[in-house]
Ligand binder design. Structure first.
Ligand SMILES: [Zn+2]
Length: 261
């Protein structure tokens, strides 16, 4: 079972085999719990989000598309979206400045410093390490904690405009959008309007009519669609850098019984 590829394990999860479910939970629980507890800052709420994540994976295993990323990235994205939704309803603890600095240090540590770090993360780690500290913090607050420019401004005690610039610039340094020749572009003014909400759309924190307008724009504008694609890739990369964390004692048992195994 330990030798099965991630994709095979996920496909097996849908069949309701208890051994496969346990192997699946064991393989991914540290990673998924690490993301949930980092965003939520509360182990009990994090466990709830991790349980919902595995439940969704179990229910929707057939919706996984290997062309769009690894099983790990897929799970982490589900957990991140659920954690951000939870925090929007009730932010249990204000973001702790010490935790924020520790997280920035963790995700920008070079592979030599991080024995478990994978080679493919070196580029993004280096890009984050080279950012001015205020921008690195803003990137983490926006990309991992799902904070809006307004929330970042309040946290840092800076004007919203400054927060917007700080949280917008790092995206470009970590994966600059490139305009393909001949790609259709909408009018300058509608692209500028879109640019004002692009980060929030890529992070999944944009809601309501603003979200509908933004989605309608990327459907017709290849340049802005590419910008969102690249920002989503940076978010996936950022989430992949969050250190894994051991879930609370007894998690495996609670999880597999919730999956009906
Ligand atoms: Zn556009």
């Amino acid at each position: 079972m330990e030798r099965l590829a991630d994709e095979a394990l996920l496909a097996g999860l849908g069949t309701g085999d208890p051994e496969i479910a346990l192997a699946f939970v064991r393989r991914f629980q540290r990673r998924v719990f690490g993301v949930a507890v980092t965003v939520l800052g509360d182990p009990a709420l994090a466990e709830d989000v991790v349980q919902q994540t595995f439940e969704r994976a179990w229910r929707h295993a057939q919706m996984y598309d290997a062309r769009r990323g690894s099983v790990r990235t897929w799970l982490v994205t589900i957990a991140h979206n659920l954690a951000i939704d939870t925090i929007r309803v009730r932010r249990p603890l204000p973001l702790d400045p010490g935790d924020l600095l520790e997280l920035v240090a963790d995700i920008s540590a070079s592979p030599e410093q991080q024995s478990l770090a994978r080679e493919d993360t070196a580029g993004l780690r280096a890009a984050i390490a080279s950012l001015p500290p205020a921008q690195a913090r803003a990137l983490v607050m926006a990309g991992i904690h799902g904070m809006t420019a307004q929330q970042i401004a309040e946290f840092e005690g800076i004007p919203p405009g400054t927060a917007k610039t700080r949280s917008g610039q790092p995206w470009a340094s970590c994966g600059a959008p490139s305009r393909k020749p001949g790609s259709p572009i909408m009018s300058e003014s509608s692209c500028a309007q879109f640019g004002a909400v692009a980060d929030e759309l890529a992070l999944g924190v944009l809601a309501g009519p603003e979200r509908a307008r933004a989605l309608a724009h990327v459907e017709r504008c290849a340049l802005c669609a590419e910008q969102v694609r690249q920002r989503t890739a940076v978010t996936d990369g950022l989430l992949g850098l969050i250190p894994g964390r051991e879930p609370p004692i007894g998690f495996e048992g609670r999880m597999t019984s919730r999956l009906g195994c």
